[in-house]
Design a protein around this ligand. Structure first.
Ligand SMILES: [Zn+2]
Length: 324
């Protein structure tokens, strides 16, 4: 199986980051793909500490020590908790002014920094204002709006682009072809999600339920039973929204005569049936409603209420399209 490191070294953003001049000591990388983000930071730390020029070689003593997390000049936080606490920053401050032991740099990786407490962020800010020349601070955040603007402004920022589907395919390559293909499209370039879906035994069932809903839900008396099936738990709710999005996208493409671009080519028979019920105007409205629902999800709205609203909307739009 291809390693995450190899995938990261093929990303243009990573290559340009590593080949650029390091005129800056503090970096902030943002992505909602946790596995990709953490590996990206790890690879960048290895690049900074590698004894060879260019991208990290993976073979020198420094790289080997980074790989086994035993490099004396690399510290990774949080140490003992899920998110960064004041104690982590205290530990960083105690260490950052000491001379490097094995290399000429010290590297500090702070994972999940958007969940760091405000006290911890403020404490780090003092260091970011005047970091020692040989010290590198790398912050990973899932959501930069939770980071103090003063911290943000001290860092070189990079928002990581979603991975290309081909990389996700390579990671899932020991999986049954059709299931892998469905997952690749639903994950939308997010490796963490793809791996979650691949472990979810239920994934194929959820897919089938989504299709069943669109094909067979005829009136509002059936709403409750479909809502219950589709909003069972929060993680699956996000999957349902992505599946709907992928299916409606295909319906639109089919109606536009672009069968060659379908994501769910294996479901062509179903797409043909659905395309009779949903015209382009319908699909356009529903896709907008889906992205609205996704935003509401981020604010922790009640998922049963959201699903109820969404299904009702789909029914209405479909009703007016077939009547009108
Ligand atoms: Zn190396």
């Amino acid at each position: 199986m291809i390693e995450f490191g190899e995938i990261i070294e093929q990303q243009q953003q990573y290559i340009s980051l590593c080949s650029g001049e390091t005129d800056c000591n503090s970096f902030l990388f943002e992505s909602n793909d946790e596995i990709y983000l953490n590996n990206f930071m790890f690879m960048f730390a290895r690049h900074l500490l590698c004894q060879q020029k260019g991208l990290s070689c993976g073979k020198c003593l420094a790289c080997q020590k980074v790989n086994s997390l035993s490099h004396a000049d690399l510290r990774i936080y949080p140490k003992n908790s899920k998110s960064i606490l004041v104690d982590d920053i205290k530990d960083l401050i105690e260490n950052i002014y000491l001379s490097p032991v094995e290399s000429d740099k010290k590297v500090f990786v702070l994972k999940n920094f958007s969940n760091a407490t405000i006290q911890a962020q403020n404490k780090l800010l003092k260091i970011l204002e005047e970091p020692p020349k040989n010290a590198y601070i790398i912050l990973g955040v899932s959501n930069s709006s939770k980071v103090l603007p003063t911290v943000m402004s001290r860092c070189k920022k990079m928002h990581l682009q979603p991975l290309d589907n081909n990389f996700i395919r390579q990671i899932l390559n020991d999986m049954d072809g059709q299931k892998a293909e469905n997952i690749v499209h639903i994950a939308q370039g997010n490796l963490t999600k793809a791996l979650e879906y691949s472990k979810d035994q239920n994934f194929q069932n959820i897919f089938a339920t989504c299709l069943d809903t669109l094909k067979n839900m005829k009136n509002s008396t059936q709403l409750i039973s479909y809502t219950t099936r589709l909003s069972a738990n929060k993680e699956e709710f996000a999957i349902v929204l992505n599946i709907f999005e992928s299916l409606f996208r295909d319906i639109m493409l089919f109606r536009l005569g672009r069968q060659d671009l379908l994501q769910n080519k294996n479901l062509i028979d179903d797409i043909i049936v659905l395309a009779q019920d949903f015209d382009c105007d319908c699909v356009d409205k529903i896709i907008r409603k889906l992205s609205e629902t996704k935003k509401q999800m981020e604010f922790n709205c009640n998922q049963t209420v959201l699903m109820d609203e969404l299904l009702l909307y789909i029914l209405e739009v479909k009703y007016y399209a077939t009547k009108g």
